[in-house]
Design a protein around this ligand. Structure first.
Ligand code: URA
Length: 431
């Protein structure tokens, strides 16, 4: 087999075989295929697309380029969720203890944030001494004992995806639906769970800006899952405003705790319950309203909150902070971002809001940047709210760094006008 023949085949819009895709991934990962030929193939895929079977074969070849988690030592059904990346997205922090409380196993490998979206690991590390590294043995033991663990990726998962993503980033080939779908699914197929719910974000703060595109991506990922023998479902959720009110690491953990105490924002609760109900349905535990009722009970009885406390204790963290969120370290100053005129909040450019949190130090511009767990934004008003000139729209929790820039970004991002707009939070479910 020769890479040049495979490039020509894709250039001419023909279908690549499983063997050809395996050849490409194996030889790109071991350095035999140079970047210039891989770039050419990626561009041909970008323009000519892939069939479902090709995207599945590509995802499986990428999965097999590295370690694959074997969670068979964990008894019971393992559930997982994945978000394509949002602003203020702390769903995992609420959903994981909820699923553990209803009796499912939540054994999750999470990632860090880059750019305007935050990562679950960074959020969890705002809890004092919380350890994100466990040995595989301790990870399995913990999930068997308390149904729950969230850790970082220690193994060499999908090295092909890491190399390909970096190349796509510099060759204009990131926004290709089959490449995104196979990239995300390769990691999910390597994570070892039985049931997966994908949260595909749509809107101004998301990868996919239109419902049509998001639906196409979600459908392809669900189909890849089915062809790879996993139960995968997807929910399309709106990202035209941040999810919940808080953005920034400890601020998001605090909001997740409030939600587990039954006092969280409605939108965060809705997305969490929607994903939770889909996971519970796929696990044949309960569905629809019955599943939501069960989750509400686990919140009312504090069983879900107690699961988070147990996880924090098992992973070495200070659970007193979960019991009393006032114990989280605070940023030295709070600066108000105020409305400049009367009217309704019509639009929030979510990506710019994520960037505002990033410039304060809540996120990373570069992979190795240090982050500050205390800084971020706390919104008092979102889309559809009426504000008078001088009303506080958001509080900026900050050090000295980035305040001016954050204020400018917020000013650009938040549009006040005469129309009272509403948001449809759940844009679709794909099973
Ligand atoms: N997230 C991924 O993991 N891969 C992509 O290609 C895009 C988003």
């Amino acid at each position: 087999m020769r890479i040049i023949d495979i490039i020509i085949k894709k250039r001419d819009n023909q279908i690549l075989s499983k063997e050809e895709l395996e050849f490409v991934i194996r030889n790109y990962t071991n350095g035999t295929i140079p970047d210039y030929q891989m770039s050419s193939l990626l561009m041909a895929i970008y323009f000519n697309g892939m069939t479902k079977k090709e995207a599945t074969d590509l995802a499986i070849a990428m999965r097999d380029s590295g370690d694959v988690f074997d969670l068979s030592a964990i008894e019971g059904l393992k559930v997982d969720k994945h978000s394509t990346g949002g602003v203020g997205d702390k769903v995992t922090l609420v959903l994981a203890p909820l699923m553990a409380a209803v009796g499912l196993k939540f054994a999750k490998m999470s990632g860090r944030g880059l750019g305007h979206t935050g990562g679950t690991l960074d959020k969890l590390e705002s809890i004092e001494n919380f350890k994100i590294e466990l040995t595989e043995e301790d990870f399995v033991k913990q999930v068997n004992e308390i149904n729950l663990a969230v850790i970082g990726q220690s193994k060499n998962i999908t090295p092909a995806d890491k190399l390909l993503y970096a190349l796509r980033d510099v060759t204009g080939t990131v926004p290709s639906i089959p490449l995104i779908a196979s990239s995300i699914m390769s990691k999910k197929l390597a994570s070892g769970s039985d049931i997966i719910c994908l949260d595909v974000k749509v809107g101004s703060g998301a990868f996919m800006q239109t419902i049509k595109e998001a639906e196409k991506l979600a459908r392809l990922m669900v189909e890849i899952g089915a062809l790879a023998n996993k139960k995968v479902q997807a929910v399309l959720t709106n990202m035209d405003e941040p999810l919940g009110n808080n953005i920034g690491n400890s601020l998001e953990v605090i909001e997740a705790i409030e939600t587990l105490n039954g006092e969280g924002p409605k939108d965060l609760e809705t997305v969490t319950f929607t994903i939770g109900a889909l996971l519970m349905e796929a696990a044949n535990l309960a569905k629809g309203d019955e599943a939501i009722q069960l989750m509400k009970e686990k919140i009312a009885t504090k069983e879900a909150l107690n699961k988070l406390i147990e996880m924090v204790e098992k992973q070495g963290g200070n659970s007193a902070q979960i019991k009393n969120p006032d114990l989280f370290k605070k940023a030295p100053q709070i600066v108000a971002f105020k409305a400049e005129k009367n009217g309704y909040i019509e639009k929030m450019e979510t990506e710019k809001i994520g960037l505002a949190a990033m410039v304060l130090g809540a996120g990373r511009a570069q992979k190795d940047d240090e982050i500050d767990h205390t800084v971020g934004l706390s919104f008092k008003k979102k889309i559809g709210a009426y504000v008078k000139k001088g009303d506080v729209i958001a509080e900026i929790h900050a050090q000295e760094k980035g305040v001016k820039e954050a204020l400018t970004l917020l000013k650009e991002a938040i549009i006040i006008g005469n129309d009272k707009k509403t948001i449809t939070l759940i844009e679709g479910i794909i099973k």
